[in-house]
Design a protein around this ligand. Structure first.
Ligand SMILES: Cc1cc2nc3c(=O)[nH]c(=O)nc-3n(C[C@H](O)[C@H](O)[C@H](O)COP(=O)(O)OP(=O)(O)OC[C@H]3O[C@@H](n4cnc5c(N)ncnc54)[C@H](O)[C@@H]3O)c2cc1C
Length: 507
C-alpha cells in the first residue's frame, strides 16, 4: 500500500475509488493511435492493438460522470469534454502522462479547484478530447519553516493558511476566496484582494517551483536556477508546464483585524479619501488593506472596507486613522474579528451562497481589469452610471482596489506601465438563476470586451481570471513587450503545444 496515495499495488485502485463505486472497466489502460481513442479495461480484451499507459501510482478515469464533472468550470459559460481524467498519485504520474500525451499529440490541462472543478470562469482549464490532470490529489504540506512553506500545488490556500497560522505565520498576499489551489493561483498571479495593498500577488512571494514541462521533464526552477521556466510558470496560465510543488513566503501574523465600512455616494469623495489613506507615509497610521466592496445586488453606492491587523493590547486609534478624511468617512462603523475569521470572511460568504443560492450553477461572466492610476477615476466615473443590477447580480460584487505597482515583479502578470498605483476594477457578474444561459453569457462577455477596450485605450490591462473574449491579436497585445519571450519559452518547454489549450494564447 502506497501511504500517500492509499493505493493497492495489486489492483491499482485506491480505497476511495473502490468505495466510490466507479466501475473498474471504466478505468483507462491505453490509447489506440489508429482510432485516436482511449481504451478502457473493459475494452482491452477486444481491442487488437493499443499503447499501454505507463504504470501509475494514481488512476485515469474515462467514465462519463468524471469527464462531465471536468468539462466545465466555475463560470458555466464554456463546456469542453475531456477524453480522460488523471488523478495522479505522484509527480512521476504527471511526468509519465505528459510524455505519453506528447508522443501521441494529446492535449493536456491541469485543473486545481476544491472539488476538482476549476475555479476559472472562461474555460482556461478545460480541454476538449484531451487529458485533464486533477492536481488536488497532490496535496501535501511538506514543511512550514520560519519564513516559508513547501507545498504541493494541489494544496488549497485555506489549508495552508490554517497550518501556517498555527505557527503564528501567514502568507503576505491572500486572495479573497481561499478555496483555490496553490498551482491554480500561481498560474494566474493570485492578487491579494483581502490582506494588503502593498505586497503584490502570490507569485511575487514564490521562491521556487517544481514544474513538469510539456516534454514531461520534472524541473526545479527559481530566479537562481532555470529562471526562464520560473518566470514562465508564474502567471503563465499553464502554458509551459504544470506546477507540482512550490516554496512560498510566510510572514508573522497578527492576532486580530478591525474592519471599518464607509459608504460613499460620491465617486470623487471616495477616490479623495482612498488616496489620502494609501499615500500616507511610513510612520503615519495606515490600513493594511482598503478595498471597495459593493453590496450584492446593487450597482451602487460604493462601500470602502478598510482593515487594519493588530495584536491584543495594541488597539487601533480610530481618530488617527480617519484624520484628514471627508465627512462621509466619519460615519464609519467597525467590526473586530479574530485574524482567521477575517481572512475567511469571503469564504464564509461564498459557502453561504453555495448552501442557499445554488452559487456553483450560476453563470459567472466576471471581468477584472488593471487600470492605471491617472485614469482610474475617469474610468470609474464613466462605467458605474452605466451598470444595472443585472450587471452585478444578487450574488455578485463590484470591487475596486489599489495595489502598489512596484510590488508586481513577475513579467507575465501584466499591469499598466506607469503610476505608483494600479487599480483592479472587477465586476464579479453572476446570473440571478442557475445556468447555462448562453444569451446572458454572450451579452455580458460582449460588455466585458467593450470595457476591456476602453481600459486598454487608457493604458489598462486585464487580470485573466475573467471572461473576456480574446483573439490571438488581443493576447499578443496583452503580453506586449513580453510576447516574443513568452513565445520562445513556449517553444522550449512545450514544443508540441499540448499544454493548457483553453485560453487559446498559442492557438
Ligand atoms: C470566489 C472566488 C474568488 C476569487 N478571488 C480571487 C482573488 O481575490 N484574487 C485572485 O487573484 N484570484 C481570485 N480568484 C480567481 C482564482 O485565482 C482563479 O479562479 C484561479 O483559477 C484559481 O483557481 P483554481 O485553483 O481552481 O485553478 P484553475 O481554475 O483550475 O486553474 C487556473 C488556470 O491555471 C491552470 N492551472 C491550474 N493548476 C495548474 C498547475 N498546477 N500548474 C499549471 N497550470 C495550472 C489551469 O489549467 C487554468 O488555466 C477567485 C476565484 C473565485 C471563484
Amino acid at each position: 500500500m502506497d501511504r500517500k496515495s492509499g493505493q493497492s499495488e495489486r489492483s491499482g485502485l485506491s480505497r476511495r475509488q473502490l468505495l466510490s463505486g466507479i466501475a473498474v472497466g471504466a478505468l483507462v489502460v491505453g490509447f489506440d493511435p489508429i482510432s485516436r481513442t482511449w481504451v478502457t479495461a473493459a475494452q482491452a480484451a477486444t481491442t487488437s492493438s493499443f499503447d499501454n499507459v505507463p504504470k501509475l501510482d494514481g488512476t485515469i478515469y474515462f467514465d462519463t460522470d468524471t469527464r462531465t464533472a471536468h468539462s466545465y468550470d466555475q463560470g458555466n459559460i464554456v463546456q469542453q469534454m475531456p477524453a480522460a481524467v488523471l488523478r495522479p498519485g505522484s509527480v512521476n504520474d504527471v511526468a509519465k502522462m505528459i510524455q505519453y500525451c506528447k508522443q501521441r499529440g494529446i492535449k493536456v490541462a491541469p485543473q486545481g479547484g476544491g472539488q476538482g472543478r476549476p475555479n476559472s470562469v472562461f474555460g482556461y482549464g478545460l480541454v476538449s478530447g484531451g487529458l485533464v490532470i486533477e492536481t488536488r490529489w497532490l496535496n501535501t504540506i511538506h514543511s512550514i519553516g520560519p519564513d516559508s512553506a513547501d507545498v504541493d500545488a494541489g494544496v488549497q490556500w485555506i489549508d495552508l493558511i490554517k497550518a501556517a497560522y498555527a505557527k503564528g505565520l501567514t502568507p503576505p498576499s491572500i486572495t479573497g476566496y481561499t478555496q483555490l489551489s496553490v498551482g491554480g493561483t500561481l498560474s494566474i498571479g493570485g492578487i491579494g484582494a483581502w490582506s494588503t495593498n502593498r505586497a503584490g500577488a502570490q507569485v511575487d512571494h514564490t521562491r521556487q517551483v517544481q514544474v513538469v514541462t510539456g516534454t514531461g521533464d520534472v524541473v526545479d526552477a527559481s530566479m537562481d536556477k532555470n529562471s526562464d521556466l520560473f518566470q514562465a510558470a508564474l502567471g503563465g496560465l499553464g502554458q509551459c508546464g504544470v506546477i507540482t510543488r512550490a516554496k512560498v513566503d510566510l510572514v508573522p501574523a497578527k492576532q486580530l483585524a478591525r474592519t471599518y465600512q464607509i459608504p460613499y455616494t460620491d465617486i470623487s469623495m471616495f477616490f479623495s479619501d482612498i488616496r489620502t489613506l494609501i499615500n500616507r507615509t511610513t510612520g503615519q497610521p495606515t490600513f493594511d488593506i482598503v478595498i471597495n466592496v459593493c453590496s450584492p445586488g446593487t450597482a451602487s453606492p460604493l462601500a470602502l472596507w478598510a482593515t487594519i491587523f493588530y495584536n491584543q493590547g495594541d488597539t487601533p486609534n480610530t481618530d488617527a486613522l480617519f484624520t484628514g478624511l471627508s465627512p462621509a468617512a466619519q460615519s464609519a462603523q467597525f467590526t473586530d474579528y479574530n485574524y482567521l475569521d477575517y481572512i475567511f470572511l469571503v469564504d464564509s460568504i461564498y459557502d453561504g451562497f453555495k448552501a442557499t443560492a445554488n452559487w456553483e450553477a450560476k453563470v459567472k461572466p466576471w471581468i477584472n481589469l488593471q487600470v492605471p492610476d491617472d485614469a482610474v477615476e475617469q474610468f470609474v466615473q464613466s462605467v458605474i452610471p452605466t451598470l444595472t443590477p443585472e450587471d452585478i447580480g444578487p450574488t455578485g460584487f463590484l470591487l475596486i482596489w489599489p495595489n502598489l505597482r512596484s510590488s508586481f515583479t513577475r513579467p507575465l502578470v501584466r499591469v499598466p506601465s506607469a503610476g505608483k498605483w494600479v487599480w483592479t476594477f472587477g465586476i464579479l457578474t453572476e446570473s440571478a438563476d442557475p445556468g447555462p444561459n448562453p444569451t446572458f453569457a454572450s451579452q455580458m462577455t460582449e460588455r466585458n470586451k467593450q470595457l476591456y477596450d476602453k481600459a486598454y485605450a487608457l493604458g489598462g490591462t486585464r487580470y485573466p481570471e475573467d471572461a473576456i473574449p480574446f483573439t490571438a491579436a488581443d493576447w499578443k497585445n496583452h503580453y506586449g513587450s513580453m510576447w516574443s519571450t513568452f513565445n520562445n519559452w513556449k517553444k522550449k518547454y512545450d514544443p508540441s503545444n499540448i499544454l493548457t489549450p483553453g485560453s487559446g494564447i498559442f492557438g
